[in-house]
Design a protein around this ligand. Structure first.
Ligand code: FEO
Length: 400
């Protein structure tokens, strides 16, 4: 049975949800599932905006067959060639042999790399700012390279002023019938997952996102239709504002995330001591994570949100504990910047953790190590409390 919704008089949402997938990109846990959006425009010409993941192909074909109601499919616009959105191109060409696939040079390069069907007679290559008229609707294709792949385009529909934004403004989390953000409690239900999606998947490309926001600022946008998550038809400025902050690498909130790598609980203990002391000074809403317990994507999302981080790690193999090293290298790869950092290291002999953490942090932009890193030997002793108090005082001063 088809499962579609109208988003305007002649445009339909024909996507679907996947609540069975364990990990998005086989990497990120998605306990709330994910949705794959696709949109079908009915005009003198019919036009589909992207396809979906193989997981929901059957429903997707039912959806577009129902909406087309016997009509041919004239165009398929590929805004993004990652397989979670383009898994059905070959099937559509088979079903609608007259279809024109609209993409740029890189789009067609990637179709050739991923798939083995002949699309030569079906390709319609476009350049940045090129237009396509469907009748009443006019599509303008905007190149948005590296948000987050090089072939990415946004498509702006001029008549109804709708932006089809590829992965941008998307989120993890399936949709429960309410496909518009204004029909959901977005802040509570989706904001955390959209931050996790942004920081881990798009986060590296802050400059490109800033460029895109600048480009879009001259357009009158009444609706944003992303490839994942709810559609924005009201108060889109709210989410655009989040994207602006995230892509500037500016924290949303003055606050502290504490992350530890601890083998026998001694490093965990000192991080708890520091958190207690910060709480007693009045720091609220802190977040604490055991690197071996929580998937790094959640930790990264909170580091994106808050202004301060304390990293505490044991020494391992004369270097850094694997999970902590991996987290630090990942936030470096994602280009995270502008945070204040406290460091705690532990080693029973030849401690190395602080040295390696500093080496990684000093290659990042504007990551300021606050106070004197606290280095302990195996476990914290009462006579070291004064040193910890000094560390906490310095760290606290940098928050307030
Ligand atoms: Fe949703 Fe970049 O794919």
């Amino acid at each position: 049975m088809h499962c579609v919704q109208k988003i305007t008089d002649n445009i339909y949402w024909v996507g679907g949800n996947d609540r069975r997938l364990e990990r998005f990109e086989n990497m990120f846990p998605i306990p709330d599932g994910v949705c794959y959006n696709s949109y079908l425009i009915l005009d003198e010409k019919t036009c589909l905006m992207d396809t979906v993941d193989t997981a929901i192909s059957r429903l997707f074909i039912e959806n577009i067959t129902h909406v087309l109601n016997g009509r041919d499919l004239d165009y398929l616009v590929i805004n993004h060639m990652e397989p979670d959105h383009c898994a059905n191109i070959e099937e559509l060409v088979r079903r609608y042999p007259n279809i024109k696939i609209v993409g740029n040079k890189k789009t067609f390069q990637f179709i050739g790399q991923f798939y083995d069907f002949d699309y030569c007679n079906n390709s319609h290559e476009v350049k940045d700012c090129e237009m396509l008229n469907l009748g009443r609707h006019n599509l303008k294709f905007m190149a948005m390279p590296m948000i987050h792949w090089p072939e990415v385009m946004f498509t702006y529909e001029e008549t109804e002023k709708i932006l089809f934004s590829a992965d941008a403004f998307g989120t993890f989390g399936a949709m429960a019938g309410n496909i518009f953000a204004d029909e959901t409690d977005f802040e509570h239900h989706y904001l955390g997952e959209s931050r996790r999606y942004y920081s881990n998947i798009v986060g590296k490309y802050g400059n490109q996102v800033q460029g895109a926001l600048k480009k879009l600022s001259s357009y009158d946008i009444r609706m944003i239709c992303p490839l994942h998550g709810p559609i924005w038809r009201e108060n889109a400025e709210y989410f655009i504002g989040k994207y602006d902050k995230w892509s500037r690498y500016e924290p949303e909130k003055n606050g502290v995330v504490l992350v530890y790598a601890s083998m026998y609980g001694n490093t965990e203990n000192i991080i708890n001591v520091i958190a207690n002391k910060l709480a007693q000074k009045g720091v609220k809403d802190m977040r604490m994570y055991d690197i071996s317990k929580t998937h790094p994507s959640y930790i990264i999302a909170d580091i994106w949100k808050y202004s301060h981080v304390v990293f505490g790690s044991v020494t391992y193999n004369n270097g850094l504990y694997y999970g902590m090293e991996s987290l630090l290298n990942e936030i470096k790869a994602l280009n995270l910047q502008n945070r204040k950092v406290g460091l705690v290291g532990n080693g029973t002999w030849s401690p190395q953790a602080i040295k390696v953490m500093k080496e990684i942090l000093c290659t990042m932009k504007n990551m300021e190590v606050v106070g004197t890193p606290f280095e302990m030997t195996s476990s914290m002793k009462d006579n070291e409390e004064e040193i910890v108090d000094r560390f906490v005082e310095d760290f606290y001063s940098s928050i307030s």
